[in-house]
Design a protein around this ligand. Structure first.
Ligand code: NAP
Length: 365
């Protein structure tokens, strides 16, 4: 049906719009490309007493059989432009509906440093700030200057400075205390003209050692990241998946000791030494980062399948729908099995990273 400047579809199949390539329907669905269309969608949802659900690239969204009982609004705002420039920096304004990786490619072509390690991350620009997306030592909080939003409670447009975004590890106000309160329209990123390559992550260091490159160009960094990522984290366009399915752990001293105590009972000394390596090398704000993929792998779950859903052989943090025929039940069973095995052997309850709608996962700790 037509409403002002937008078209609203009913019972819209979301499976092609989400990473796992498996999803229920949106009760209502529309696409918005500018502020007027967004306001139309909001006014339709008010008149019809429907919740609103903003859809970005869908790569980090898992939708169950019951679908989304709301007006799903696909965010299609487009545009990239320079808003400030000097000898050292360039500030670029990027609309939330732009493809993230095309934006990285654009920055790399111009030799603007700061997001090249974030190459081949699927999704749209809006998602970048929501979970403070990061990879290989770069993250949103390091480059975001401001974020333009629509404040749903105040019914008004606002610009938030970086200090108002509440960035933390894979976290911001947008996925935490202000979840659902703002619609992200665009952001300004500050990129560097004379940056240095950030190649300290093990996979990246190894790549450049193997290729005999000491001081890579920005384009070489992008090429390296794409090669490393694609081998481990398939793009959802190729194989259905939601990227990292569980959050990495960030443990204080006491939690880390509990993990170790638990692992001593179920694993050998090599694993304990590896955990100690993480605690001395992978830290953030005094906490130890434990790669959840490592725990899942140690539990013997790499490649484990339930029906058409499978833990990736390449990366234990990725759940695949490899042939496109996983059922909702397969996904549910596999996730619950992984969480139970890891809880039993390592004593930690894994948190799901993607946004989940329409699944009823157990949430016992
Ligand atoms: P990885 O490189 O095997 O790293 C696994 C974990 O170890 C991550 O928590 C990572 O921290 C940490 N780590 C590795 N090297 C480190 C170092 N030199 N210093 C500090 N911490 C270090 O990870 P992966 O699973 O293959 O993923 C590749 C990258 O993509 C990682 O940076 C990962 O965080 C990122 N990623 C991000 C998202 C997201 O933003 N939602 C989703 C998927 C993957 P960091 O997490 O701080 O990097």
């Amino acid at each position: 049906m037509k409403y002002k400047n937008i078209t609203i579809q009913e019972n819209f199949d979301l499976s092609s719009r989400v990473g796992m390539k498996l999803a229920g329907t949106a009760r209502f669905y529309t696409e918005v490309g500018n502020r007027d269309e967004l306001l139309d969608a909001l006014s339709w949802s008010n008149e019809n007493q429907q919740q609103i659900y903003i859809l970005g690239g869908g790569s980090n969204l898992l939708v169950g059989e019951t679908g989304i009982d709301a007006l799903v609004v696909s965010m299609n705002f487009l545009g990239r432009e320079i808003v400030f420039e000097d000898d050292e920096f360039v500030d670029v304004h990027i609309a939330a509906g732009e493809n993230w990786d095309e934006t990285v490619a654009w920055a790399v072509e111009h030799h603007w440093w700061g997001i090249e390690n974030l190459s081949h991350i699927p999704g749209k620009v809006g998602a970048f700030v929501v979970q403070n997306v990061g990879a290989y030592g770069q993250e949103a909080s390091q480059v975001v200057q401001s974020v333009e939003v629509f404040n749903i409670e105040k019914n008004d447009f606002e610009t938030l400075g970086v200090d108002e975004c509440g960035f933390d590890y894979r976290k911001s106000i947008f996925n935490d205390e202000k979840k659902g309160k703002y619609i992200i329209l665009s952001m300004v990123l500050k990129l560097q003209k004379n940056g240095q390559p950030k190649i300290s992550y093990p996979d990246v260091t190894k790549y450049f050692e193997q290729h005999g490159i000491l001081s890579p160009s920005i384009q070489q960094v992008r090429t390296a990241i794409i090669s490393i990522r694609d081998a481990k984290l398939p793009l959802p366009e190729t194989i259905g998946n939601n990227g990292s399915f569980f959050k990495n752990l960030l443990l204080d001293e006491k939690q880390f000791e509990l993990l170790k105590d638990h692992c001593v009972e179920h694993f050998d000394q090599d694993m304990i030494e590896q955990l100690d390596y993480f605690s001395s090398h992978y830290t953030r704000n005094g906490k130890t980062k434990i790669p959840t993929a490592y725990l899942i792998e140690q539990c013997g779950l790499k490649g484990h399948a339930v029906g058409g859903a499978q833990v990736s052989q390449q990366h234990a943090l990725v759940i695949l729908n490899p042939d496109g025929n996983a059922t909702f039940n397969d996904v549910q069973q596999l996730i619950e099995y992984i969480r139970e095995v890891v809880l039993q052997k390592c004593g930690v309850w894994l948190e799901i990273e993607p946004e989940v709608v329409g699944y009823d996962f157990k949430n016992v700790k």
